[in-house]
Design a protein around this ligand. Structure first.
Ligand code: FAD
Ligand code: SIN
Length: 540
């Protein structure tokens, strides 16, 4: 299969990019692969909203830039922050034109919410299901574009580089180039070779590496793992953001339900089991301090009091006010017997967002030629050591736009070879399946996934130390060896590939955490409680 523009991922980053290149280049083909259903993405679950300076009377670019820099704890790239904040407003207007609806006041102005770390009300939202609404609007626009094909249930295995043509590729190879991808079509069970002029990775986050996460099952860090295997650059992976308030539901596995920070923005108060509003003891911004501070405070309260959760108190809200902004949360709580007007909501931190990722420049270019990355899988320099709430949907749209601009203007689209055997006669080989058989026991995969999640949660969570990181690495080595052995002799499946990708991502997180010998933002190591004088990114 050949396509001009290849997009891996159907969340906000992938769909925004695809729409833009398709509109600008109507004679070119755009192909989107997504590994399960088209709308099953982190994007769909975004609740709080998208940050943007929409109220110029009370807010300003400078304030949004400053808030982002403060949250990022000294590690943001100021130029990137300015780009995202300033260009973001245009991108918000575009998605509104594509049909996304955000809540409005009776006078027609947008209703703006507030979340942790924001000095002003600047969060546009669609009730408490903002991401679902944005995903809906984008998917509808995609359906109308004749030169886009969105193919669901296609699991991308690896990006194709010179390595697949038989050349030695290392981290120091100067011009690593991406020719396309190998993809497992889950409808036909065949592995196809797909060549492309330009490839965009928009594969989202990696929350599934942890036992408790707000991320859906698709969030296994595949893009980061693929680039790492292809010897591309990965940056700042130690900064895993734990959302302070996921609903605590004992026995629920997989994805935890989020209680958006906007609830605290509207006045929700965190309390411990004694009923104390404990955030006063940790930060003068109390419940609306940046996420790293609130998550660590909750973690400390839970450890000191020996409890598995704290509470979010919304009993002082009127039912009308709460249900108007948060109908989905109200219904979810009620479904498990919590009437938020009478009971406090049990909450605990959960892995939520990957601030680091595939290193990109100001045009979304990765270190591999013809390969772009945007959205949560990318590390653009916006978030630094800690992402400001509701900045990620904004970042995804801004960098999808920039990647589109660069890819249509600078990249010469390739011609497929007349023989159809690859690019310009390059002769890309088919995926090798010789000597592999069907897996005999799924337990070999599922048990390793459990072990991985446990070790990451226990040793590489909100609070870390050298001993824990060392233990995590030793256990990862064993899981890696066992999984590679299985991989060599087994026919590939999404489950096995996801396990392999998650081990790679976990390894990169631990390695980066070991390199960062200080505590900054989301990375807190009790062996190095202070900040280092040298402010640096960790690039692997
Ligand atoms: P995603 O939307 O996650 O899409 C990833 C895509 O990649 C999927 O289509 C997936 O199938 C595909 N994919 C992955 N691997 C492969 C593979 N191997 N082969 C083929 N396809 C693959 N951010 C905000 O700014 N505001 C919020 O209010 C907010 N709330 C959030 C609430 C929750 C519960 C969560 C989980 C996140 C929230 N975030 C929020 C973060 C934000 O939603 C995400 O960072 C953002 O949506 C990521 O978009 P994306 O396009 O990068 O990736
Ligand atoms: C939330 O709604 O609390 C999540 C916002 C975000 O992750 O940016």
């Amino acid at each position: 299969m050949q396509t001009d523009f290849l997009v891996i991922g159907s969340g906000i980053a992938g769909l925004t990019y695809a729409l833009k290149v398709a509109q600008d280049c109507p004679d070119k083909t755009v192909t989107i692969f997504t590994k399960t259903q088209s709308d099953e993405t982190n994007t769909k679950y975004a609740q709080g909203g998208i940050a943007g300076v929409m109220d110029a009377d009370n807010d300003s670019f400078e304030k949004h830039i400053e808030d982002t820099l403060i949250a990022g704890d000294g590690l943001c790239n100021r130029q990137t922050v300015e780009i995202v904040v300033k260009e973001g407003v245009q991108r918000i207007h575009e998605i509104i034109e594509w049909g996304a609806q955000f809540d409005k006041e009776p006078d027609g102005d947008y209703k703006l919410g507030k979340e942790g770390g924001h000095s002003e009300f600047r969060i546009l939202h669609h009730k408490d299901v903002t991401g679902k609404e944005m995903e809906r609007a984008l998917l509808e626009a995609i359906k109308k574009a004749e030169n886009i094909q969105l193919i669901s249930h296609c699991f991308v295995l690896d990006i194709i580089t010179q390595h697949h043509l038989g050349y030695l590729v290392t981290k120091s190879t100067p011009d690593i180039e991406c020719y396309g991808v190998y993809v497992l079509n889950l409808q036909t069970n065949k592995i196809e070779t797909v060549t492309a002029g330009v490839t965009l990775l928009a594969t989202g986050g990696n929350g599934q590496v942890y036992r408790t996460t707000t991320n859906p099952a698709i969030a296994t860090g595949d893009g980061v793992a693929m680039v790492y295997r292809a010897k591309g650059r990965i940056e700042n992976m130690e900064f895993i953001q734990f959302h302070p308030t996921a609903l605590y539901e004992p026995g629920v596995r997989g994805q935890s339900f989020l209680i958006t920070e906007a609830v605290r923005g509207d006045g929700g108060i965190l309390r411990n089991h004694a009923g104390e509003a404990f955030m006063e003891r940790y930060d003068e911004r109390k419940d609306l301090a940046p996420r790293d501070i609130v998550a660590r405070a909750i973690d400390n309260e839970m450890k000191v009091n020996g409890t598995e959760h704290v509470y979010l108190d919304c009993r002082h809200f009127s039912k009308e006010k709460f249900t108007e902004h948060f109908p989905n949360i109200y219904a979810k709580c009620l479904s498990i017997g919590i009437d938020i007007t009478k009971h406090m909501i049990p909450v605990a931190p959960a892995a939520h967002y990957s601030c680091g990722g595939i290193k990109t420049d100001e045009w979304g270019r990765t270190s591999i030629k013809n390969l772009y990355a945007a959205g949560e899988c990318a590390s653009t320099g916006l978030h630094g050591a800690n992402r400001l709430a509701s900045n990620s949907l904004l970042e995804a749209m801004v960098f999808a736009h920039r990647a589109y601009k660069d890819s249509v203007s600078n990249v010469v689209l390739r011609k497929a070879s007349p023989s159809g055997g690859g690019l310009e006669g390059a002769g890309i080989p088919d995926w090798k399946t010789d000597g592999t058989t069907s897996p005999k026991e799924m337990i070999l995969i599922t048990q390793s996934v459990k072990e991985l999640k446990l070790l990451m949660s226990d040793y590489v969570g909100i609070v870390r130390n050298n001993e824990r990181l060392h233990r995590a690495m030793k256990r990862l080595d064993l899981l890696f060896a066992e999984t590679e052995e299985l991989y060599k002799k087994t026919i590939v499946s999404p489950q096995l590939c996801e396990l392999r990708n998650m081990i790679t991502v976990a390894y990169v997180i631990v390695k980066s955490a070991e390199f960062r010998q200080e505590s900054r933002g989301l990375h807190f190591n009790t062996d190095y409680p202070g900040k280092s004088e040298m402010v640096q990114n960790i690039v692997l």
